[in-house]
Design a binder for this molecule. Structure first.
Ligand code: UTP
Length: 406
């Protein structure tokens, strides 16, 4: 793209501030900037002022398989799940494209060291969890790892350096999600450097679209992969392709399922799996009205008690049917480093928006979802922050509780 073409394009979208420092740049820097501009997705800016979607519909609690229900049919579910895994029908998708800004490390979140007396990264711990299933099933399943342009190289190199933790490298597939521009509250796209547009991963909602765009639709089809288990990188107790979960989902006839834990309090900051206008939905903690979150059943349990832990199983057949349907775009107000008045500023307070689509919105589109309750001490140890709630400290405690030597 030439300077004139870039200028014309930016004039159309009212974003000419991106060329403010063009005259000061070296030829190489100019090329970087023009290339960034040529790849920009301006359509996300249409979401400004919408605050991520429509008003909430009529909520009702989800029907769930409780821990007790599952215990009664455990063997049966497990056999069904192991059969599907052995037949190659199930693959895992690790969502590792996020930036982990709250952890404050510039490395991929999965490379964060959670060890105490020895190095143990989140990636390694999750691979150890996967090996539990591999041993049980007697085979390895395919694992897709979604990265972003920001952490793709470091992630791939790390896995290679670690010899893929003993996993078959031919069964590990990396692919990149897209980036979206960030902008100020008044909708002006930020520069991260004078020669670089500020970009951030466009949310975890695009995981399937990016997988297809990376050319894997045919691969899934050719390899008979019918179910995809997506999971977040930041839960070190994540059980991946859990045979009991897989078996229960298959038996339920639902198009997807989600692992849930009982919320500890109405205020806990997790999304709630419930129904909205009769359809499965995940309502984020900041969208849930406080009076509804506080409702209790006659037995004292929270009526909306099932918190999601970002571990879902999706039917590929159904994903293909809804492919192309537009996901809502959420605006996340964040502290975004950017160039202001010719210098780089790193604000302490949120100053602008990142644009993200969310995997939870796909659940809504699947039409049916099994809520599958798991014990939180066994399966939910999120690493979101450095200290305090959902932190490295709390995750370490939970890992030790589960017999992991740190
Ligand atoms: P979070 O919502 O916690 O975001 O991601 P994050 O980027 O990791 O962390 P913060 O908010 O900047 O501190 C939940 C899961 O979704 C993945 C993350 O890698 C994590 O596994 N994710 C998030 C993506 O894969 N892509 C994204 O664009 C955002």
């Amino acid at each position: 793209m030439t300077y004139t073409q870039a200028k014309e394009l930016l004039e159309k979208y009212g974003q000419t501030q991106l060329l403010e420092y063009y005259d000061e740049l070296t030829p190489e820097e100019r090329n970087i900037l023009l290339s960034d501009i040529s790849k920009l997705d301006f359509s996300v800016l249409e979401n400004l002022g919408t605050h991520g979607g429509k008003p909430l519909g009529k909520l009702s609690p989800a029907d769930a398989l409780s821990v007790e229900d599952i215990a009664k049919r455990r063997k049966e579910y497990e056999e069904e799940g192991l059969k599907a895994i052995r037949e190659g029908k199930v693959a895992a998708v690790l969502l590792a494209g996020g930036q982990g800004t709250r952890l404050g490390s510039s490395l991929p979140k999965g490379m964060y060291n959670i060890g105490v007396t020895r190095p143990l990264t989140i990636f390694e711990q999750q691979m150890n969890n996967i090996f539990d299933v591999v041993k049980q099933a007697g085979c390895m399943f395919h694992i897709f790892i979604m990265t972003s342009a920001i952490n793709d190289r470091a992630t791939r190199e790390y896995f290679k350096e670690c010899n893929y933790f003993g996993y078959d490298p031919l069964k590990i597939h990396f692919y990149e999600q897209k980036l979206a521009p960030t902008c100020s509250k008044d909708g002006k796209i930020y520069l991260e450097e004078k020669h670089k547009v500020s970009l951030s991963p466009n949310g975890n909602g695009g995981w399937y679209a990016s997988l297809v765009e990376a050319g894997y639709a045919q691969f899934l089809h050719e390899n008979g992969i019918e179910w995809l288990n997506i999971y977040a990188v930041d839960n070190v107790l994540q059980r991946i392709c859990d045979p009991v979960f897989v078996g229960a989902t298959l038996k339920s006839g639902c198009a997807c399922s989600g692992k849930v834990v009982q919320k500890t309090s109405p205020e806990e900051r997790v999304g709630v799996l419930c129904k909205e206008d009769g359809l499965p939905a995940i309502v984020e903690y900041y969208e849930m009205p406080a009076d509804i979150a506080a409702l209790r059943d006659p037995d004292g349990k929270l009526t909306y008690r099932y918190g999601v832990i970002l571990n879902y199983l999706f039917s590929v057949e159904k994903l293909d049917k809804i492919y192309g349907d537009k996901l809502p775009c959420h605006l996340a107000l964040k502290a975004i480093p950017h160039i202001e008045g010719g210098v780089k500023v790193t604000p302490a307070q949120p100053c602008g928006y990142k644009f993200e689509t969310l995997a939870v919105d796909i659940v809504r589109m699947m039409g049916s979802c099994l809520a599958f309750e798991v014990e939180r001490e066994r399966e939910f140890a999120p690493v979101k922050n450095k200290t305090g709630v959902d932190s490295v400290e709390s995750a370490r405690r939970l890992l030790e509780l589960n017999g992991v030597k740190l």
